[in-house]
Design a protein around this ligand. Structure first.
Ligand code: AMP
Length: 266
């Protein structure tokens, strides 16, 4: 596996691959890799000749007062994990390589970015759409892999690719969970053991919501009841939305950690 830090090197590495018609699979990540990321890499490895993983904590998708500085970073561990997953290229650029002095062009998603995460984190999806567009141009992948864990992000990216007619297949991968039900997330390391047991109300609530929905009841109400009954947790939102299909989505704050999760309703 090659670790590449510049746009020029990435292009130089991929040009011959594109020239010989090799399919590139791209997995965009912010690092602190876990089994959720690993499942995306494994899907990419199974379907492409060349697998590129990007590792970039994208400042543009963090709002003021969010956890950009505290976001977990462990490149040495990520390199080991990516290499073991059969990744060919780990693209880990410094911030100034992606946002050089004077950078001032943005990709602005529409209505999809105005509610749920978009409402809670103004500008977040503009940052996501901009970095994804840039990575798509740099790697020119045949396929790019995204987790359903971030269902609204997946919906934003699908819309972006459709609207700008990018020749990329967006592959959606199911949410990977710990055995206790908590969706894997790089931010889970922030949870103390006590907070973690509080956080388990989130997947429990979504399961209750899904069960209620299946029996013709109000899934949002059922999920909210579970969350409201859980001390030590603040509900940001619980909602049903069309995020690449009907989805029950929720965001909660436990201690100082904000967690999102969702279940598909179809
Ligand atoms: P991140 O590094 O958190 O930006 O995530 C990079 C990619 O991995 C995104 O497409 C996420 O949706 C995906 N991902 C993160 N956590 C999980 C998970 N638990 N299961 C499946 N995919 C995930």
């Amino acid at each position: 596996m090659r670790v590449i830090r510049t746009v020029a090197e990435l292009r130089a590495a991929l040009d011959p691959e594109h020239a010989r018609g090799a399919d590139v699979g791209l997995v965009p990540t912010m690092g602190a890799l876990h089994d959720g990321h690993r499942s995306l890499m494994s899907a990419a490895r199974g379907a492409n000749q060349v697998v590129v993983v990007s590792l970039f904590v994208n400042p543009a998708q963090f709002g003021r007062g969010e956890d950009l500085d505290a976001y977990p970073r462990d490149e040495a561990r990520d390199v080991t994990l990516a290499e073991a997953a059969g990744v060919d290229i780990l693209f880990a650029p410094p911030v100034e390589e992606i946002y050089p002095e004077g950078f001032d062009t943005w990709v602005e998603p529409g209505k999809i970015a105005t509610y749920l995460e978009g409402a809670a984190r103004p500008g977040h999806f503009r940052g996501v759409a901009t970095i994804c567009t840039k990575l798509f141009h740099l790697a020119a992948p045949a396929r790019a892999y995204f987790g359903r864990k971030d269902a609204q992000q997946l919906a934003v990216v699908k819309e972006l690719v459709r609207d700008l007619a990018l020749p990329i297949q967006i592959v959606a991968c199911p949410t990977v969970r710990d055995p206790d039900g908590l969706a894997l997330s790089s931010r889970n390391v922030f949870l103390s053991p006590a907070e973690r047991s509080v956080a388990l109300a989130l997947p429990r609530a979504l399961e209750a919501g899904l069960a209620a929905h299946r029996s013709g009841e109000d899934g949002v109400r059922a999920a909210r009841q579970v969350l409201d009954a859980q001390p030590g947790l603040r509900v940001d939102y619980v909602a049903e939305a069309d995020l690449d299909g009907p989805t029950l989505a929720a965001a909660v704050v436990v201690g100082s950690t904000r967690l999102i999760d969702n279940v598909p309703l179809d």
